[in-house]
Write a protein that binds this ligand. Structure first.
Ligand code: HMG
Ligand code: MG
Length: 314
């Protein structure tokens, strides 16, 4: 396997990585993580987000503007956005399923928003109560409003390596939905292995197929770690040129509509691997580990990061 940078002439072996190679991590703990944990006080979310920014994270999903009946843990997202001390250069993002959510996010001064669709009809129904096609229809006016207000929109596609209800999902469907979201104006498409069942070759094939419809530098990988495959999957995809990964400090979370799903890959574990490979993230691992431990203590939950557990035991 070899590195592939945007300049293919720089392709080198594992040991000869180009110095400038850097990776962008989108931190999911406060949203994807905490949406599936017992509700924590707003102040604890604010402390978590501020400590993540202190650790060097530049892209932080802080909450979601969804129905509080569906996901009560995220009901205080406007308060979270109002209370955080913002650092310049840090993006504070929120999930928005429809125009109502977008308006709430705009009002709360989210730096950017994310729409979320799926490559599985059944998951779409259970997650956002509509078909894939209906979700796209709902996103159109949201995208128009976002354009008007100059708010960048990220797009998620769930179930890219399998669905909790339908099992196998055709990669052609993942590519189709990804391309629709990209062509609608999403600046980046995050490919979600919502239930963490993918394995490396499958992940790689999926990314290759989607990469034929959406440029790889506009794609991100969002892998839950239910079966412990997330790091291996990322490693298998790195040389295809993908450089954006979503992860969750302390491996917080899961998905409310995907029973048994673990949280995203722990950010500490991802950072440790990337740094070990000489890739830059801009993140201070020790500070990140402390942030993850603080929220794990708050939740009375075992820290889900192996790296953090090892570092903090020293
Ligand atoms: P619905 O019931 O079809 O919507 O839900 P509706 O338009 O008929 O409205 C029903 C009620 O919800 C109304 O209130 C609306 O005002 C309210 P009522 O009259 O009953 O009092 N409502 C809202 N309230 C606040 N914010 C809003 C909003 N919209 C409507 N934006 C809806 C449709 C999408 C709202 C619902 O299904 C929902 O909230 N789903 C939650 C989905 C969710 O948050 N899932 C988890 C995040 S996705 C994920 O984790 C996957 C990801 O990580 C990637 C991966 O891992 O694959 C991104
Ligand atoms: Mg997720």
């Amino acid at each position: 396997m070899s590195w592939k940078t945007s300049d293919s002439s720089k392709q080198t072996g594992w040991g000869k990585k180009p110095q400038s190679d850097s990776v962008s991590i989108f931190e999911m703990g406060a949203r994807d993580g905490l949406q599936n944990e017992v509700a924590v006080p707003t102040a604890a979310k604010v402390a978590l987000i501020e400590s993540l920014a202190d650790a060097g994270l530049k892209r932080i999903e802080v909450g979601s503007f969804v129905s509080p009946k569906w996901v009560p843990q995220m009901a205080d997202s406007a308060d979270v956005l109002a209370q955080i001390q913002r650092q310049s250069g840090v993006v504070y993002s929120a999930l928005t399923p429809n125009v109502k959510g977008f308006e709430l996010a705009l009002n709360a001064k989210a730096s950017e928003v994310a729409i979320f669709g799926a490559a599985s009809q059944s998951f779409s129904q259970r997650n956002i109560n509509c078909s894939i096609e209906e979700s796209i229809e709902r996103f159109i006016p949201l995208m128009e409003l976002a354009k008007k207000h100059n708010i960048p929109v990220r797009g998620y596609v769930s179930c890219v390596l399998g669905c909790p209800y339908e099992g196998e999902i055709a990669v052609s469907e993942v590519a189709r939905v990804s391309e629709i979201l990209y062509k609608m104006g999403c600046y980046e498409i995050s490919l979600g292995d919502t239930i963490g069942i993918g394995t490396p070759q499958k992940a790689r094939r999926m990314l290759q197929t989607v990469g034929e419809r959406v440029p790889v530098d506009k794609l991100a990988l969002h892998f839950h770690d239910t079966y412990g495959q997330a790091l291996a999957n990322i490693l298998a995809c790195l040389d295809l040129g993908v450089r954006v990964f979503d992860s969750s400090v302390a491996g917080l979370g899961g998905c409310p509509y995907a029973k048994g799903a673990s949280g995203n890959l722990a950010t500490e574990d991802l950072v440790y691997m990337l740094h070990g490979m000489g890739l830059e993230t801009g993140i201070e691992l020790q500070k990140l580990a402390l942030a993850g431990q603080a929220i794990s203590t708050q939740l009375n939950r075992k820290n889900g990061s192996k790296v953090a557990t090892a570092l903090l035991a020293k």
